[in-house]
Design a protein. Structure first.
Length: 407
């Protein structure tokens, strides 16, 4: 069986990471995997690739010319780019040999639902919704803390036209299976499209994301061995959907007798600064999973204050490392965080709820430490790469049986 992954990116972003982990699990199960990307890779997946990487991007000079033209005539330039990208994709699909086309996130590329609608309706297809863009006119639509509606990665200003593009595509496929990466994602997609959507959570490489001795982890990061330490992702600080404003306000409002520490990973410089009683150590971008596991293991709890989230792979990685998570009760985060088992949930956007949880755990860290074993057990039961690959293999075989029965 040969599976062709179709995605905008191969190495950057949550969807690309999830697809990489699935590709690795499938390859280890003996499945032939190729990945066709719409945006030229600027780096490697971080570990040796166990699949064939194919470049589906427009020629570099043409891409530069189109991006320059978009500054002057954005709409006509994008239409031209979509037409050119569509022709290139169609040629690639005719040339390549594969049994199933597996679509992941494509919203950063020049591909869209219209591009795929014009491909053969007989291609056996699986589409995984890593966020909401696949079935919705934007990746996310949510209210920020000021009550304003925010659209993330919108597919144009006309939401109805964007929705019709999606309905036309999905109704045109003869052999199709849809997947949501969480219960919430699947339920929303099923309600929107009126089609069955299977829930398959992402896999986590449990041999890498594994609990490490906390004292050694803290020593390697220069953190006090006996302090209360929380972790969070610094990539989220400029993105309103990730809720850093909630975390910052909660930290500013803490009423604790002693200082606490926070360790942050993500984009930006390596700096140390203070928010209220919290001394924050920003470590910069850490792409190496083994280094990430050290950081997760060093924390007493990891905070994920998102205002919207399809799943939450950072939360999954922390739990796999035995670190309970404080997360807002939105989207797929409720699949990852079971209260008093793998962490605690709070109302999305509630500064008071998050502050109270941090104070509760800071005053009694044993509550978090008591969950470490159960966190790991939970991850092992649900998120192994083998389980992830097996679920997709069952789905691939089902869509191929459909195609064979109607041939």
């Amino acid at each position: 069986m040969r599976i062709l992954f179709l995605a905008d990116l191969e190495t950057r972003g949550g969807a690309a990471i999830a697809a990489t982990r699935l590709a690795r699990g499938l390859a280890r199960a003996g499945v032939d995997v190729a990945r066709l990307s719409g945006i030229r890779a600027s780096d490697s997946p971080g570990e040796p690739a166990e699949w064939e990487s194919l470049d589906g991007a427009l020629p570099r000079m043409l891409e530069v010319a189109i991006n320059g033209l978009r500054r002057i005539w954005p709409d006509p330039a994008r239409k031209v780019a979509i037409q050119l990208a569509s022709r290139q994709l169609h040629a690639a699909l005719k040339r390549l040999k594969f049994d199933i086309l597996h679509v992941h996130a494509i919203h950063n590329s020049f591909w869209n639902h219209g591009t795929l609608t014009s491909t053969s309706p007989d291609i056996p297809t699986v589409w995984t919704f890593h966020d909401f863009w696949g079935f919705s006119p934007e990746s996310y639509r949510f209210q920020d803390l000021d009550g304003d509606w925010v659209r993330v990665k919108p597919d144009g200003e006309d939401r109805e036209a964007a929705m019709q593009r999606r309905l036309r595509y999905f109704s045109s496929r003869r052999y199709l299976r849809l997947v949501g990466n969480s219960v919430a994602t699947a339920q929303m997609a099923q309600k929107t499209l009126g089609r069955d959507v299977t829930v398959i959570h992402c896999g986590v490489p449990l041999d890498v994301y594994t609990p490490l001795p906390r004292e050694a982890a803290r020593l390697s990061l220069g953190l006090p061995p006996d302090a209360f330490v929380l972790g969070f992702s610094a990539d989220t600080t400029a993105d309103p959907i990730k809720g850093f404003r909630v975390l910052r306000s909660a930290l500013s409002a803490l009423s604790l007798p002693d200082d606490i520490y926070a360790v942050a990973i993500g984009s930006g410089p390596q700096v140390t600064y203070q928010i209220g009683p919290t001394r924050i150590h920003c470590l910069g971008r850490i792409d190496n999973p083994r280094l990430q596991a050290i950081i997760y293991s060093a924390a007493d709890v990891f905070v994920v204050p998102s205002l919207a989230e399809a799943l939450g792979q950072v939360a999954m990685e922390a739990v796999a490392c035995g670190t309970p998570v404080l997360a807002s009760s939105t989207g797929g985060l409720v699949d990852v965080v079971e209260p008093e088992r793998t962490g605690w949930l709070f109302r999305p956007g509630s500064i008071t709820d998050l502050r109270n949880l941090i104070e509760m755990i800071a005053r009694d860290p044993a509550r978090a430490h008591a969950l470490r074993t159960e966190c790991r057990r939970f991850a092992e039961a649900q998120w192994s790469l083998e389980r992830h690959a097996r679920a997709y293999l069952d789905l691939y075989q089902a869509v191929l049986r459909d195609a064979d029965s109607r041939a």
